[in-house]
Structure formats: C-alpha cells, structure tokens
Design a protein around this ligand. Structure first.
Ligand code: TYD
Length: 203
C-alpha cells in the first residue's frame, strides 16, 4: 500500500510517519519510509540544490521541474519496485506538495503542474493521503518557537504564501477520494489512532 502524508510545514507529518511505521512493523509488515524531496542519491542531490539558501535566484519554474525530477527518480528507482514486492511505502510529502506549493503557493499553472506530476509519477498514485491540517497562525506559532525570534517582514509575508498553500490542500482534498483530512491540533496519540483506523479500513 502506498501512503502519503501532506500538510503545511510544522503540521506534525514526520512524527505521524514514524508512529505509523512502528505500528506497521509491529504488525509484521515490510515498510519503507521516504522523504520528499530526496530518497535516492540523485534525489538527495536535487534536494540540496532545492533547499540551499544560497540559491535565492532560483526561478519558480526551475523549482517545479527540480521537484518533479527528484520525484521521477524516486518513483522509478524505489517506489514502483517496492510496491511490486508488496512492501508498504510511506512518503513524507509527494506530488500533492508540488500542486499545493508550486501551483497554489507560487502561482504556476495548475494544469501544467498537474501534468508534470502525471509524467513524473506514472501509475504510482497513493492509495491514501493524510492531509494534516493546521491553521496558518499555528504554523507561525510553531515556527517562531523553533527559531526563537519574532517574525520579521519577510517571514510575515510568508503568511500569505502558507494561506494559499493551505487553500490548495483543502481544494485537493475535497476533490479526491484518497484524501483523509485530519485535525493537526489534536494530540499526537489521538491523530495516530485516527490514522491507524483509516489504514485498517483499507487493509
Ligand atoms: P523539508 O525540510 O523536508 O520540510 P518538511 O519537513 O515540512 O517536509 O523541506 C521541504 C520543503 O519543500 C517544504 O517547505 C515543502 C517544500 N516542497 C515543495 O515546495 N514542493 C514539493 O513538491 C515538495 C515535495 C516539497
């Protein structure tokens, strides 16, 4: 089964990915965890280019293509072979991140970004996608806790960006049946319980 986790930065995806991995392993399943962008040596190199603060001149188009390139490598090298062996694949972000961030967030054409995903992922469509939803002011709260600074002008302008990304996720999840929307403000164990319930329904 191919399972993906989506949501804004600081929504708590990574914690839930780890808890689900442990649950499935305890159930005797074979599981691989993937983080996007990354997951293969080529994709990790692309990740470094994408996340490097020195690359501030990167154009949105370049960014979208690099995310797709990283994903195409991961799908063909890792995800498809694992699914063929009936291994559970859990990905911390996948193609919906590109639709939410590059199209809704950055403003690139929705049709183009969707087509690009089709090209990159082929038939590797997740069986279930957990969208862990938190309000944007909660992102800001969690972000400022980590950075221990008040938000400056640039960081505040990110609020608009996150608003658009969140709206993108909300739109995607209302249009596609594979989405399960979870309240990211719930306590960690409660969220995990809801995730396990949804997985059991599909096993
Ligand atoms: P990362 O440090 O992995 O953040 P997170 O733990 O929140 O996943 O950085 C990934 C960043 O890249 C994150 O801000 C979301 C963004 N992103 C996109 O813009 N498009 C994509 O297709 C993907 C996979 C990630």
């Amino acid at each position: 089964m191919f399972i993906t986790f989506e949501g804004l930065d600081f929504c708590g995806k990574s914690t839930q990915v780890q808890l689900l991995e442990k649950y499935l392993i305890d159930e005797g399943k074979q599981v691989i965890i993937i983080r996007e962008p990354g997951g293969t040596s080529i994709s990790e190199k692309i990740r470094d280019i994408l996340l490097d603060k020195k690359n501030s001149e990167m154009k949105f188009e370049t960014e979208a293509l690099l995310f797709a390139a990283s994903r195409a490598q991961l799908v063909n090298q890792t995800i498809i072979p694992a699914l063929e062996k009936n291994v559970f694949v859990i990905s911390d972000r996948f193609h919906d991140s590109s639709i939410a961030y590059q199209s809704f967030g950055r403003g690139l054409s929705l049709d183009f970004v969707k087509e690009l995903q089709k090209f990159a992922i082929k038939n590797a469509i997740p069986r279930i996608t957990f969208f862990i939803d938190i309000p944007v002011d909660e992102v800001v709260r969690r972000m400022s806790k980590v950075k221990k600074v008040e938000l400056d002008r640039i960081e505040s302008s990110k609020v608009d960006f996150y608003d658009r990304v969140r709206n993108g996720y909300i739109e995607l999840s209302s249009n596609e049946k594979r989405f399960v929307v979870l309240d990211g403000l719930l306590p960690i164990p409660k969220l995990h319980e809801q995730i396990v319930t949804e997985i059991k329904l599909r096993m």
